[in-house]
Design a protein around this ligand. Structure first.
Ligand SMILES: Cc1ncc(COP(=O)(O)O)c(C=O)c1O
Length: 399
């Protein structure tokens, strides 16, 4: 009998992933986050990060962190309910509640935790949760671990959602869970229609504004602000880690709901509080969101330009309407090869493959940053154009 060690199992699994073009590797970045990154000793134009407003190394944010570390030290020392709830946590929660126009807000260590905490508190045994098929993994994980029955509707298919809601009349509670700005396609949930449905079927609506916070809406409050439905959202989830440039997640909603999370949600209770300086960073980032609307205006103008040019040149950018612009090529190996060719031209645009996106929909996920110059976008377009030409010459098809 052959003895198979655990290591053999992992090696085989890794080899299998490699053979299918799905193996992933960490790559070290040797510079601050920004529109340009140093990777493997080369400076690349970065079209890969969620640092949409370029706040990850903004001087005001960095200064706020320094001051907070000087005043509060680094660690929070304990979970929030034990003794880790410090001044900056309380200040940030008040600020986030005001920013989102809700009664209360609660900060969690990450956006992932925020979804786990919110959804555990919203739904359990006897309830039904309704998920858009393209929701972020943290929503799906939270829903599956909640004990509620999970119903998945095709992406943005409100007709199917309505049928599912109608079939769940006997549930104790019905909860609709959706991203507002979808992270891999860059399109938006139809929030006004979801509001109509939640009213018609006495459901709750929880919206994850992770990619829209700081970017969309006249004041950068998110897609619900853009669509004029903020007052109708029962619970908002967001992150401090994308446009706000730092780390952490949050929930915003009625005071009683936030108190319920504090009392019952394991992902909030059983984990150490964020370092207070991370809260100070988020406060400084929120100041910039409020004071400098030009950042989001520039970001969205660059994105409009990129989407228009890519579409005009025949690339499939899916349904994107935002700063997240997919270039859908289908096959995982093709996506990897296109990404490598762009990197040879000085552009970082990683391939996104299954299981992050559905099989057959591998893509480059291009994301813009307020610190990109129009010339950066032009360089990307030129490199994509060269690649398209090269591919059509070599095999008569575009990549
Ligand atoms: C829609 C959505 N929600 C939540 C998260 C998790 O946020 P965080 O990175 O702060 O854990 C992400 C991260 O990519 C996301 O895309």
């Amino acid at each position: 009998m052959t003895h198979v060690t655990n290591e053999d199992c992992w090696s085989e699994g890794l080899a299998d992933l490699g053979a299918r073009g799905l193996r992933r590797r960490l790559r070290e970045v040797a510079a601050r986050q920004g529109a340009h990154l140093t990777v493997d000793g080369r400076s690349l134009i970065c079209f890969a990060s969620n640092n949409y407003l370029a706040l990850a190394d903004h001087p005001a944010v960095v200064a706020a962190v320094r001051e907070a570390v000087a005043q509060w030290g680094w660690g929070a020392g304990a979970s929030r309910l034990v003794c880790g709830h410090m001044g900056p946590h309380a200040q940030l929660e008040q600020r986030l509640a005001a920013f989102k126009g809700s009664e209360a807000a609660l900060v969690c260590p990450t956006g992932y935790h925020a979804n786990l905490a919110a959804i555990r508190a919203l739904a359990g045994k006897g309830d039904v949760v309704f998920l858009d098929k393209l929701n972020h993994a943290s929503i799906i994980d939270a829903a599956r671990g909640s004990g509620a029955v999970v119903r998945v509707f095709p992406h943005r298919d409100c007709r199917k959602l309505e049928r599912l809601l109608a079939g769940a009349a006997d549930a104790r509670r019905r909860v609709i869970l959706t991203d507002s700005l979808f992270s891999m396609d860059g399109d938006l949930a139809d929030l006004p229609r979801l509001v109509e449905l939640k009213r018609a079927y006495a459901a709750l609506l929880c919206v994850d504004e992770a990619h829209a916070t700081g970017v969309l809406g006249p004041h950068g409050r998110g897609a619900a602000e853009l669509m004029g439905v903020e007052a109708e959202i029962d619970v908002t989830v967001g992150t401090l880690s994308k446009a706000l440039g730092g780390i952490g997640g949050f929930l915003a909603g009625p005071r009683s709901f936030i108190d319920w999370v504090v009392n019952t949600a394991g992902p909030f209770i059983y984990t150490t509080a964020l370092p207070p300086a991370s809260c100070a960073a988020a406060l400084a980032a929120l100041d910039l969101v409020e004071r400098e609307p030009a950042r989001r205006e520039k970001l969205l103008a660059l994105a409009r330009h990129l989407r228009g040019e890519l579409s005009a040149r025949g690339w499939d950018i899916g349904p994107s309407v935002s700063q997240i612009v997919p270039v859908i090529v289908g096959d995982a190996e093709r996506a990897v090869s296109l990404s490598a060719k762009l990197e040879a031209e000085g552009i970082l645009a990683p391939a996104i493959r299954p299981p992050t996106v559905p099989r057959g929909q591998a893509r480059l996920r291009l994301s813009l940053c307020a610190d990109h110059d129009p010339a950066d976008v032009d360089r990307l377009l030129v490199a994509m154009g060269q690649e398209r030409e090269r591919a059509s010459k070599s095999c008569g098809t575009a990549p």
